[in-house]
Design a binder for this molecule. Structure first.
Ligand SMILES: [Zn+2]
Length: 455
């Protein structure tokens, strides 16, 4: 038989067999009911109110979809409406948040199940939230909701940003922004189920998703450092769709959080008195990064093309080598200085001219310091230079530092009981010396305020 004839017979046989096969159903797309334009990732029920002046525009006037993730259910803090506390309070606050957001038409709301962790240190919140598990949940929800833009708190210690939980939510949001499109991250979320209509499927069938833009907002006591750093929305303007000011829409949404004195009760009272002045501050955002063409102060959704964009890997952590004996702030400050670079949001590190914090009069200030020694074993002298009336409780000493090692010092100083509210004229300074020579210093600018959480 000739080769041509064999080929013809083979083709005929295969064609017949293909015609006999039943046609498979098309691959199902991601569930379109959950596709969102804007995903808000915050810490507590009521944190969304920091962005509602913008969300009202996006939802009512531009018909955009918004979804929200809360890190906690708000199980801590006072209750202005009753005796319910702890888990009972979180049951209430979850519903307050759901009702508040439902008034804006937002129904896709999730919780990462972290406990409310009062304090100013985001690393302590990340610990109690079970950072790894919370991050996996956030990545899952980005893959499910496929947001164009993520809005979150500012990952930076600023005076007046007095909740470590806020910063913990922004650390997780930033990490999740960079991981959701990575097909090697949480692959169990991406593998197709063996039989989606049957029981016992242990993989999730999601698809990678790369969000396009990341913006931050802050509840700092001052806003000067935010000028020109991102879009700003006028809260006094009137929503074309609703016919009332965005300030009123902010207050209406906020008034659902009645267990909380400084938000729900405050807003309900303002609405009753029809005095919305305190809601008329512009809504400010800080540009984090954009993977599409967009200027820093442009509208949040500017430059967002429809459909997916390719995964955009970030630089990740690179170990830096210090060449000389040095001293620097530890704790969240040391973490952030590497975190911003690793996630390509270095611009956050340039927002403040020096580190700052707010504490109350008479409060203790705990500052971790790290002495890094790239050379042979040595001894380093550390001493404080404090503003008038401040007291050192611990820190000044001679520290032995191993060769090619480091020493972490937990310094504690205390503000005077009669410290006046406002910026303290002089910084809290720690100076380090070795071999009779100054090797460096760490500075902290302090604002005295009341009503904040303990540092
Ligand atoms: Zn909060």
């Amino acid at each position: 038989m000739s080769k041509t004839r064999i080929a013809a017979l083979l083709f005929f046989a295969l064609a017949t067999r293909a015609a006999d096969l039943k046609k498979a159903t098309p691959q199902l797309p991601p569930d379109p009911r959950f596709k969102t334009d804007i995903l808000v990732i915050v810490a507590h029920p009521d944190d969304e109110t920091a962005a509602t002046g913008y969300l009202a525009r996006a939802i009512f006037d531009q018909h955009k979809r918004v979804s929200v993730i809360f890190g906690t259910r708000g199980n801590s803090g006072g209750n202005e409406t009753g005796n319910e506390q702890a888990d009972a309070l979180s049951a209430i606050r979850e519903i307050e948040a759901r009702r508040a957001l439902a008034s804006f038409g937002v129904t896709d709301v999730w919780f990462l199940d972290g406990p409310d962790t009062p304090g100013q240190d985001p690393l302590r919140s990340l610990e109690t939230w079970n950072h790894g598990a919370a991050l996996a949940k956030a990545v899952r929800l980005i893959r499910l909701t496929r947001p164009e833009v993520i809005l979150t708190w500012l990952p930076l210690c600023v005076a007046g940003e007095n909740h470590g939980d806020h910063q913990a939510s922004s650390v997780i949001a930033t990490e999740a922004f960079d991981l959701a499109g990575d097909a090697t991250a949480y692959p169990e979320q991406l593998a197709m189920p063996r039989d989606r209509r049957n029981i016992g499927n242990l993989t999730e069938g999601l698809q990678p998703w790369q969000p396009k833009k990341l913006y931050f907002f802050s509840d700092a006591s001052h806003t000067d450092f935010e000028d020109g750093q991102g879009p700003r929305y006028d809260a006094k303007a009137v929503s074309p769709a609703k016919g009332v000011s965005y300030a009123r829409l902010i207050a209406e949404e906020m008034s659902f959080h009645l267990t909380q004195g400084d938000t729900g009760q405050f807003a309900a009272d303002a609405l009753k008195k029809n005095d919305l002045k305190l809601f008329e501050e512009p809504v400010r955002f800080i540009f984090g990064k954009s993977l599409v063409s967009s200027s820093i102060t442009a509208d949040i959704l500017e430059g967002v093309p429809p459909g997916p964009i390719p995964f955009a890997p970030v630089p990740g952590y690179r170990q830096s080598q210090r060449s000389e004996l040095s001293i620097s702030l530890g704790g969240p400050w040391a973490f952030y200085s590497e975190f911003w670079k690793a996630h390509a949001i270095d611009r956050v590190g340039r927002l403040l001219s020096k580190p700052e914090l707010m504490i109350s009069a008479g409060e203790r200030l705990v500052l971790p310091l790290i002495v890094t020694n790239p050379g042979p074993a040595t001894t380093v002298t550390v001493r404080s230079i404090l503003p008038d009336g401040w007291r050192e409780l611990s820190g000044s000493a001679l520290y032995p530092v191993e060769a090619h090692g480091s020493y972490t010092i937990q310094t504690v100083v205390q503000a005077p009981q009669d410290a006046k509210p406002g910026w303290v004229a002089k910084d809290v300074v720690w100076v380090a010396e070795a071999g009779g020579k100054e090797i460096g210093s760490a500075h902290m600018r302090i604002q005295i305020g009341s009503g904040g959480l303990p540092q």
